[in-house]
Structures are given as structure tokens and as C-alpha cells.
Design a binder for this molecule. Structure first.
Ligand SMILES: [Fe+2]
Length: 304
């Protein structure tokens, strides 16, 4: 802890604040006036700590670092390219017509609130929560699959020890949820929820069954393609991601307004897993690879 404090220091902490805000100026070249401006902007978030000045910013940053072994670098978040995230208004997706903002968005700079986030204890995940086929006394119906991949940041570095949560419909396309009224059977051996933490290199692995397609009444004869919902936190609130993973070759993708809210084709394709021979288990389960990038120009799009 002492070594960290000396290495990080006030200068590094201020640099971190500037870098994550996309300003990126070397700290040495900053004038005292400019520093005060930046510090004032973050002051309200530091609450009582702000009264004590720069040292407390540094201590705050150090404590974050100490809480995350191996994650000593603060990331600079680049603005995403147009079309690579879901459009707020996508008329074929009926819900977006009412909730899309009608006025231009106001740009808010990143401060402490966005560059920090909750740290989850890996012990929170129950043993075996990565395997959705073994959560009950019997096996669920459907095709067993393995979903694996890596979680990376926008600089292609692994995101270790981060919580991934998934939820999905059963093989018949029915969620175990009170508002799901789809006329399809529930499976007593399938809850449809799982958790896993990434390892040191950002790898994760889940075992589940391939979810079924289901109708959703967005338009006449509307069916959602098979998908698994993903939730990730990453190292900060700015890296929070809730998205959906799809399956390659699904004919429903081209008709799905949620999938097509992302207008950039390459970005859209990042939502589609790839068949993975390496993780396929003989006579047991097909493997699908789904790499996830939190933030940046290659980011996995959020769910619409
Ligand atoms: Fe869904």
C-alpha cells in the first residue's frame, strides 16, 4: 500500500482524471488555474474528502488500485463512432418511438463517478453458477451449449475478475418470470440465470442450453432471434454493459428491430457469437465464442 501511494501520488491521480475525460494533457504542463478548474469539477463527488485537497484525490485513487490487484492503469475512454451503438430512435422498434430523446443530448464530462465502480467479491458467485444445466435435480430440456470468450477493454487488454451475469429463455422460448405469458412450457429444471467471474486473463466460460425464439408483439408475427442477455460491470460505471448475444446464421436476425437498432454492420456483428470448435465438447455440447469489449471504438454494442 505504501509503495502504491508513492508510485501513484497526486500527479498520477490528476492525470488519471484528465485522461479519462479525454483531455489527456500531461500533468506537468498544467497551470494552477487549470488544475483548480478540474478539481472544482470533481469536488462535489469527493464530498468531504475534497476539503483536504489533492492528497485525498490520490488516496482515493490508490484505494481503488489496492482493491483491484493487477489493474493499475486508468483507461482513457474514447468517444464511440456514430452508428456503433443502438440508435435512440429506431421506428421499427416500437418502444423507441416514445422513449427516444427529442432534444439534442448534453455532453457530460467523465469524472470520479464514471471512472470508478463497484468491486464484486468473486465469492459472491455460488459454486457452479456458471453451469445453468446443473442447478436442479434433473437436466433441462434442450441443446447443451458452451459459451466462452474474453472480456477486453478498449485497448485490447483483458478485464480480470469482473462479474458477468446472464439470463435467458428456456429451450421452448419461455422465461421463468411473472410477466412472461408466452404460451410455451416452463422447464422445472431450468431457471435461466447464471454468473461467472473472468479469470486473470479476462476469460470466462458458461454452460447452458440454447434458448428458444419467442414472440414479442412488436409488429405482426414478430419473433425474437435466439439470444442470451449479458450484464457486465467492468472496472467502472463507464464500462457498464447490458447487451444480448446472438447465434450465427439465425434467419430472424435480419427481421429483428432490436438487433438492427445498431446501424453499423460491423458493430452489429459484434453481437453475434461464432461457432467454436475448440470449446465444443464431444457428444455433449456445441461451443460458441463471444468476446466482449467494454467501451471504445470496438465496443460491444449495448442492448437497445
Ligand atoms: Fe430476451
Amino acid at each position: 500500500m505504501k509503495a502504491n501511494t508513492q508510485r501513484l501520488g497526486c500527479t498520477h491521480a490528476l492525470n488519471a482524471i484528465l485522461q479519462v475525460d479525454g483531455l489527456g494533457a500531461p500533468c506537468e504542463s498544467l497551470s494552477a488555474t487549470y488544475f483548480r478548474k478540474v478539481f472544482e469539477r470533481t469536488r462535489w463527488e469527493l464530498c468531504g474528502l475534497a476539503k483536504e485537497g489533492m492528497k485525498d484525490i490520490a488516496r482515493f485513487m490508490v484505494s481503488r488500485e489496492a482493491a483491484r490487484p493487477g489493474m493499475t492503469e486508468f483507461t482513457r475512454y474514447l468517444r464511440v463512432l456514430p452508428g456503433t451503438q443502438p440508435d435512440y430512435l429506431h421506428p421499427p422498434y416500437v418502444s423507441s418511438r416514445k422513449r427516444a430523446p427529442r432534444k439534442p443530448l448534453v455532453h457530460l464530462p467523465y469524472t470520479i463517478s464514471e471512472v470508478t465502480g463497484p468491486v464484486f467479491d468473486p465469492d459472491l458467485a455460488k459454486p457452479g453458477s456458471f453451469d445453468l444445466t446443473r442447478q436442479h435435480s434433473g437436466e433441462p430440456l434442450g441443446e447443451r451449449i458452451v459459451v466462452s470468450g474474453r472480456v477486453l477493454d478498449e485497448s485490447n487488454r483483458p478485464v480480470p475478475h469482473t462479474l458477468i451475469e446472464i439470463w435467458q429463455a428456456n429451450a421452448a422460448g419461455r422465461y421463468l418470470h411473472t410477466v412472461d405469458r408466452h404460451n410455451a412450457p416452463l422447464d422445472p429444471n431450468f431457471t435461466g440465470r447464471g454468473q461467472v467471474f473472468t479469470d486473470e486473463q479476462g476469460h470466462y466460460r458458461l454452460v447452458t442450453i440454447r434458448p428458444g425464439e419467442y414472440p414479442w408483439r412488436n409488429h405482426y408475427n414478430a419473433w425474437r432471434p435466439a439470444h442470451i442477455h449479458f450484464s457486465l460491470f467492468g472496472p467502472a460505471f463507464a464500462t457498464r454493459l447490458v447487451t444480448q448475444m446472438y447465434f450465427p446464421g439465425d434467419p430472424l436476425l435480419q427481421r429483428d428491430p432490436i438487433f438492427n437498432c445498431v446501424s453499423d454492420e460491423k458493430a452489429r456483428d459484434r453481437l453475434v457469437s461464432v461457432f467454436d470448435w475448440e470449446s465444443t465438447i464431444p457428444e455433449q455440447a456445441l461451443g460458441y465464442r463471444f468476446d466482449i469489449v467494454l467501451r471504445g471504438r470496438e465496443a460491444t454494442p449495448m442492448e437497445a
